[in-house]
Every structure is written in structure tokens, then in C-alpha cells.
Ligand binder design. Structure first.
Ligand SMILES: [Zn+2]
Ligand SMILES: [Zn+2]
Length: 165
């Protein structure tokens, strides 16, 4: 999710650039946010939406609304299911010479020497926030049988048909 912002950096504060995104692929490799472990790191996530960039005194302010789908494992029945996520990003990125006396800036919030602004860390943080701690495939998910491990969404298991004595 790298953007070359060389032109916008040359512009004066207030300049705006709108970047439409369609099916941009986000790699999950090297991403470390907590709940990323619920996702398959070998799968790329396809993102669509728009990123609006505004030149500020200190760098570039990015406002983006991005839609994506992630596949994660149901906490009850363990079956992979697709979740639609809508991510709202609203963050300032700084030219790498910028020094703030009032707040600390994370490394990922800087625009590189080569004028590359990388939205991937922020997108991953937002995906992480949007995924529930225990994602469930549907609110009616029946889960698995604690006895035999059968997925009870598919059918009832043999344990249920056997009368306990
Ligand atoms: Zn489930
Ligand atoms: Zn069972």
C-alpha cells in the first residue's frame, strides 16, 4: 500500500489529491498486529475505496474509507468464514525532517526519503480493530460437539442420538 507522494510534497499546504483504489492487494506478511494471527498470512487482502490526501505544513493528512473482506476462523465451529470490513483511516503522515516537540511520532507515520507514504501498517491496525476477539461465522452458529468435535451446523452428531446412561 505504498503511494509515491513526490508531487504532493512539492505542492503548498492545502493541496489535495484523491487516490481511488480498486482491488489493491495488501500483503499480510510481516504484519504483527494482534488479531492478524486469526487471518491466513499467505492470503492477500483486496482493498477498494478512496484515499484523499491533503498537503499540510508538516506532511500529508490521509483520509480514507476502504472496504475489504477477510477470511477468519469461527471461534465456535472453527470453519473459515468471510467478514466484510469497512475501514476509516484519518491520519497525518510527516515529512521525514519533521520534528514535533509536543508529541511522539511513530516510525510508520513518516514519509520516506523516496517520498513513499505507506498506508499498510495503519490499514493493518484498523483491520485488527475491526475483527472481534472471538469472530463467529453467524449468530446462530451451533459450534462443535465438545464430545466428538463434529460441526453441529452440518448435522447433529452421533453423541446426540445416543441416550446417555
Ligand atoms: Zn461458526
Ligand atoms: Zn458429538
Amino acid at each position: 500500500m505504498e503511494f509515491n507522494v513526490a508531487q504532493l510534497i512539492k505542492d503548498s499546504p492545502g493541496a489535495i489529491k484523491s487516490c481511488p483504489l480498486s482491488d489493491h492487494l495488501l500483503s499480510l506478511e510481516n504484519q504483527t498486529a494482534d488479531k492478524m494471527s486469526l487471518l491466513d498470512p499467505s492470503k492477500e487482502i483486496s482493498l477498494s475505496g478512496t484515499a484523499d490526501m491533503i498537503r499540510t505544513d508538516a506532511g500529508i493528512w490521509v483520509t480514507a474509507i476502504l472496504n475489504c473482506e477477510v477470511v477468519c476462523q469461527c471461534a465456535r465451529c472453527l470453519t473459515p468464514h468471510t467478514r466484510k470490513l469497512s475501514l476509516k483511516i484519518d491520519e497525518e503522515y510527516y515529512v521525514n525532517t519533521y520534528i514535533s516537540n509536543t508529541f511522539e511520532i511513530e516510525k510508520t507515520q513518516f514519509i520516506s526519503n523516496e517520498n513513499i507514504l505507506d498506508l499498510a501498517p495503519s490499514i493493518c491496525d484498523h483491520i485488527d480493530l475491526e475483527i472481534p476477539l472471538n469472530p463467529i461465522c453467524s449468530k446462530n452458529c451451533a459450534g462443535i460437539c465438545v464430545n466428538c468435535g463434529f460441526n453441529l451446523n452440518l448435522d447433529s452428531c452421533i453423541c446426540k442420538n445416543t441416550t446417555e446412561c
